[in-house]
Design a protein. Structure first.
Lengths: 527, 527
């Protein structure tokens, strides 16, 4: 039996001639459930229903949308066991603590934070110029397509994750395109979403789900006149094709693509607390088999004994730590290909490499090293992302060369610098190096860290999970964090001389909650 | 003699084999001064110098940038006579009140407002999550290319206008590409800018100027890896080509393109104050020979006596009002072509039409009318922008048809609805119509007006001079208004666990001014 798609509030048969199945990466075996590859007619129907839902949503108070997000979060928490079981089977991620105790609470927490943002209205940046008689705010943009990634089946899921929560909280319906590696998990979320919509009397087409389309139909979808915007998290190749299609139609598309997330370890830090950093690095780099957008893929250091000691210790840990399961056969083969590319460019293989295991999607933990000079001879090549449990150490001959390496790097989500702790016994030389390195690094990254690995992405108002192209499609937006992430799905509208009773609720003299933060005549005031 | 370009702080000969001259539209004669068409090497040199200037600017306190903007504003005010004379010769716009008393003070006012924004830092949306140890703000993005339009030689000028002021205030150097219709005016601004840079000891390559390039080099410029972003105001055709180039390189480009700015006149309004609206409409539509981005190009009404009276009165005024001078021969021929297109589609020519005058860039004021039904038979065609002193009246058979016409409209900068005044003698039917029309219109426009024509674009924090594609390239940004317009040229950066002394000044516990608005743990606080 082929699973139905969710269109216009109905679970119905897809218009499809093909199906696909997900793989259990712990067994390297296809799972039973078959999911449809939708033809354009399914997208077309979903778009029509989404347009109608968008119009209905515009007429509802934000409170109703907040209620839906909260009821949905409650239902997800109640359905935890089934969601975790499905995700374990489809992704190989451990049930606990990863899925049940980490990603699931993060997901419900995001939905509740988005609900709070919708209710408060703070995200809309309501601005009042009382003298000129002009008021402005961000408003819903229209139907949002969400393409979730393979590596967070809950927290970045197409109908459960950060893009979804942000799009809905901003007042838009979502058409989710499931990630092909975990369609059943996504389906279970959609089942809960539909029930939550029913419970809260929202338009049932506020959440719709298809599983897969042809590439051409995906491009047609994101560029359709009925679409407001798209959120995509995934591989660079597919993302840039969608971007080209959306751009040509003038449709915003927010991408979160690949990133090698450079980590700079300055000499003083390695000398005074190298062992500690080994632990932090290996923990971050091999966590979840390295399958994080913010995985520290490239480590930059300067020649010296402390650097050699660091590399030796990391090598030892990579050898002795069992390799995690990768998300899918595709991830395993792509990782294998990336390692071959890097080794082919001259990177020295210190440990690992090779082919995927036959009975499990997994590669040995892989550590490579190269020099700053070699990196500079082919900066693009050495920035090949090796998504998974593989890392590249780049040893520069001095800080000058290290800065030059950074100057040749593409946009990244994160950049880290470890330097000697204040008051430690070294000579303070890290301070001068820090200033130079940070000056080069900051323009290249969305988030700059000190003395901390990048894999934790806190759901914080100050978080930027974003960065310059090609880490994302625009350097001014974050995919994580409330209220910032909602702005991606908002349209700015000014109301000029509009009669008071006709203003949106949030721009009237008295707001619905009486507590919304607004910028009135240059001053931020609440209520 | 060919005028030099301004690159890296030097007025130097362009690398050029071709030149061009502007035309005095009041005489339809070429002006003497010759300006170079730069080859790529000029762009390349300007980009290198801009990158160096961007790095220097990042190290300077915002106060220095504010000082430059203010000194520049002072110098512009002092150079008023020469600037006005040059602009009169190149654009045909009246010296007074338009240029000397309207656009020039607006320009210096924008520069001073941008200075205040740079100084206060409010624009950067500094956000502090004290519990998570994460802080974020918007920072400079890198060199910004500015392509100014023909219709505002001062206030939207490439090295003097809103995009320029916003890009500089956000901390970025600007490479200005002069509009080909007023190169001498632009040159005079650059002369003052360079002196202001000297006076305030800013990097001299903070402001650079070239006059023209090949289309291919323009596209290469906006997509160059050294560029941070581009601001473009002008025709849709050229803008979309630049957009395609910038998009493919992942470079943000902010466009302000064509717009027909629909004005809806509801029956009650026409019945109770039709004459008053005739005056407002004709004043707005023919002001500056109709050459405003926010010119009310399409008027939507419902069949009836009041509508016929309105059209007759407008026709009378269009006949009796002398036609203004158009900005250039290109504007005149494009306007003539647009009128032909509309008439070719079946629009009835009520007055005007025809060819440009031989000794002046000017066409007779032109009024056309069509039906809602005809519009719906070719919505794209009837939305052809007639940039200049031409307007199209669309008479729908009822409010249903009027709403359908709006539903088929593209994105626009503005939309207006005139309705009967509260307490007037009519039957209140406009209120119901208003709700329906506004619901359709709001998603299509950046600024929604009531009982007011769209041509005034106040420099207000609540202004949105923007709108959905194809009015602009992104529905979330405004080109006018401080601090909002600065966000286009900012890069969002999070600082995660970064040691306090290494944070940008604006994110440290104590900010430089002590008065910056920041969002601290969800509350906006000052200082």
């Amino acid at each position: 039996m082929t699973q139905p798609v969710l269109i216009a509030g109905q679970w119905r048969d897809a218009d499809s001639t093909e199906t696909f199945q997900a793989t259990d990466p712990n067994k390297n075996e296809k799972l039973n459930a078959a999911f449809p590859v939708s033809k354009w007619s399914d997208c077309d129907a979903a778009l029509d229903a989404a347009v109608a839902a968008a119009a209905e949503l515009r007429r509802l108070p934000a409170e109703k949308i907040a209620e839906f997000l909260e009821v949905y979060a409650d239902r997800i928490a109640a359905a935890k066991d089934a969601l975790v079981a499905a995700a374990v089977a489809e992704t190989g991620l451990p049930a606990s603590p990863r899925l049940a105790d980490g990603e699931l609470p993060r997901t419900t927490g995001q939905l509740r934070a988005a609900a709070a943002a919708a209710r408060s209205g703070d995200w809309a940046m309501a601005t009042i110029d009382s003298q000129a008689g002009i008021r402005s705010c961000y408003e819903p943009l229209g139907p949002v397509c969400v393409f979730g990634p393979n590596n967070f089946p809950f927290a970045f899921g197409s109908v459960s994750g950060g893009d979804f929560a942000a799009a809905i909280a901003a007042g838009n319906p979502v058409i989710g395109k499931a990630n092909s590696s975990h369609p059943e998990t996504t389906r279970l979320f959609a089942v809960e979403a539909l029930e939550a919509l029913r419970q809260t009397s929202l338009p049932l087409a506020t959440v719709q789900l298809i599983y897969r389309t042809s590439h051409a139909d995906g491009e047609r979808l994101v560029s359709d006149p009925r679409v407001g915007a798209t959120g995509y998290t995934g591989s660079r190749n597919a993302g840039l094709k969608l971007k080209a299609a959306a751009d040509s139609a003038g449709k915003p598309i927010y991408l979160e693509l690949s990133s090698v997330n450079p980590v700079v370890l300055l000499p003083g830090a390695l000398k005074t607390r190298g062992e500690e950093i080994v632990g932090e690095f290996v923990g971050s780099a091999l966590m979840g088999a390295g399958q994080f957008c913010t995985n520290p893929g490239v480590v930059l250091m300067v020649e010296g004994d402390a650097t050699e000691n660091f590399i030796s210790a990391v090598k030892e840990k990579y050898s002795s730590t069992p390799s995690g399961t990768l998300l899918s056969p595709a991830v395993a083969s792509s990782l294998s290909a990336s390692i071959s590319t890097l080794v082919g460019l001259g990177a020295e293989l210190l440990v690992g490499g090779g082919e995927s295991e036959p009975n499990r999607c997994a590669l040995a933990n892989t550590l490579m090293r190269t020099t700053g000079q070699a990196f500079l001879s082919d900066p693009d090549g050495f920035q090949t992302e090796a998504f998974g449990n593989a890392s590249l150490m780049v040893v520069a001959k001095d800080v000058d060369e290290l800065c030059e390496v950074i100057s040749r790097m593409e946009g990244n989500l994160t950049g880290c610098i470890y330097s000697e702790t204040e008051g430690s016994e070294t000579d303070g030389s890290d301070d001068a190096a820090y200033d130079r390195v940070a000056f080069e690094l900051i323009p290249k990254v969305g988030r700059m860290l000190n003395d901390k690995m990048p894999t934790g992405v806190a759901v914080s108002a100050a978080m930027n999970h974003g960065g310059p192209y090609p880490a994302t499609g625009h350097p001014g937006f974050t995919a994580v964090g409330v209220p910032g992430s909602l702005l991606r799905f908002g349209k700015l509208t000014s109301y000029d001389n509009v009669r008071p009773s006709r203003l949106p609720a949030i721009l009237q003299d008295k707001t619905p909650t009486g507590k919304t933060w607004r910028r009135v005549d240059g001053q931020w005031v609440q209520g």
